[in-house]
Design a binder for this molecule. Structure first.
Ligand SMILES: *Cc1c(COP(=O)(O)O)cnc(C)c1O
Length: 362
């Protein structure tokens, strides 16, 4: 058993800022003089009320969320939104989906249960290694919304420009790029993400939704728990929320503010990703799998193209303290997820290890 922390390149649940974990540890038995852990406290208590309100306030500040948007802290992860979105938004029972990977495809499949979900574009022809041109898509006249997965966790692509939705509502899954750079929330109807990639522990999704999309006019038989209005009216406290997760996310928001906010994070993330991409471009052994113009700053898949050597690399890197570098089973090879909380030194150390591996094995 190792007593040291490793560099954790997992795609999710993923690395959290060490500072935040230490703070949570200090507060574990007695949160700010309340005499109990946040895990033990009522979600209706004054102490928790302050935790959730402050988390929302900090998130609003970080993302510059306009007043006509609600912030919801919900359960069911990102996957539950795959159903909740059509159930709440498909008034005409038509929506357009852009398929850029497995998560978008899963969302599309779920929407097919509720109405006519069209595929407006797809990059499946080349194993999702690029983002399709979305400047002039065949958007349906009567589409209730256009759906994208903005950063494709498995394939390592990211939209550098949002699609032209021709006036339709844009809905985006930002699970794996949440808070990695500034966004203009006003361009979206719904922007949502599971928090276990770039924000906090697993089991929660944050939904930022424009107020006019929160209505009682949902598909028949939509359960109360899957209706946005239920949660919006109750300020995310309709049922017992994931209190501890909200508390941890709140701490990460404060950490991000201290780091200088999202513009500073973007600069840092670009620097960090460049170290790895530059090496992948010059290496004779490793290569990235994504077209350069659509590369994600958060998830970096790469291959050697030799099963034995890849196995060896994954094993030896794990032994050297670089955890979870094995690629997704549908892409193979390796993937380094370098979220906000991955320090620069982690990426520098990984590249150094890769260089040594290359020179020893070629
Ligand atoms: C991980 C992930 C999901 C699924 O998240 P869950 O919280 O497990 O449901 C959905 N979309 C994207 C982009 C992801 O990275």
């Amino acid at each position: 058993m190792s007593t040291e922390r490793v560099y954790n390149f997992s795609a999710g649940p993923a690395v959290l800022p060490e500072e935040v974990l230490k703070e949570a540890a200090e507060e574990m038995l007695n949160y700010q003089g309340s005499g109990m852990s946040v895990m033990e406290m009522s979600h209706r208590s004054k102490v928790f009320d302050q935790i959730i309100k402050e988390a929302e306030k900090d998130l609003r500040e970080l993302m510059n969320i306009p007043d006509n948007y609600k912030v919801l802290f919900l359960q069911g992860g990102a996957s539950q939104q795959f159903a909740m979105i059509p159930m709440n938004l498909m008034k005409n029972k038509v929506a357009d989906y852009i398929i850029t990977g497995q998560w978008a495809k899963k969302a599309w499949k779920e929407a097919c249960k509720f109405g006519k979900a069209n595929v407006a574009a797809s990059s499946e022809d080349k194993t999702f290694s690029y983002i399709p041109d979305c400047s002039d898509l065949p958007i349906s006249e009567d589409a209730d919304y256009v759906y994208i997965c903005e950063n494709n966790t498995i394939y390592g692509t990211k939209y550098k420009k949002l699609p032209d939705t021709k006036g339709k509502i844009l809905v985006a899954d930002v699970s794996s790029c949440f808070l990695s750079e500034p966004v203009d929330v006003s361009k979206y109807g719904i922007i949502y993400g599971g928090v276990q990639k770039n924000i906090g522990p697993a089991g929660m999704v944050i939904v930022i939704i424009r107020e006019d999309l929160i209505t009682e006019d949902v598909l028949p038989q939509t359960p109360a728990m899957l209706t946005y209005k239920t949660h919006a009216d109750a300020d995310s406290l309709y049922n017992t929320p994931n209190c501890y997760c909200i508390y941890m996310c709140g701490k990460v928001f404060k950490w991000l503010k201290k780091m200088g906010g999202l513009a500073a994070m973007k600069e840092r993330n670009e620097k960090k990703a460049k170290i790895l991409y530059d090496y992948l471009d010059e290496s004779k052994m490793f290569r990235g799998t994504v077209v350069p113009e659509d590369r994600s700053l958060m998830n970096v898949p790469f291959v050697i193209g030799d099963d034995e050597l890849e196995k060896k690399f994954i094993q030896e890197s794990a032994e050297a303290g670089f955890a979870n570098l094995k690629g997704h089973r549908t892409v193979g090879g390796m993937r380094a997820s370098i979220y906000n909380a991955m320090p620069m030194e982690g990426v520098e150390a990984l590249v150094k290890f890769m260089k040594e591996f290359e020179s020893k094995n070629s």
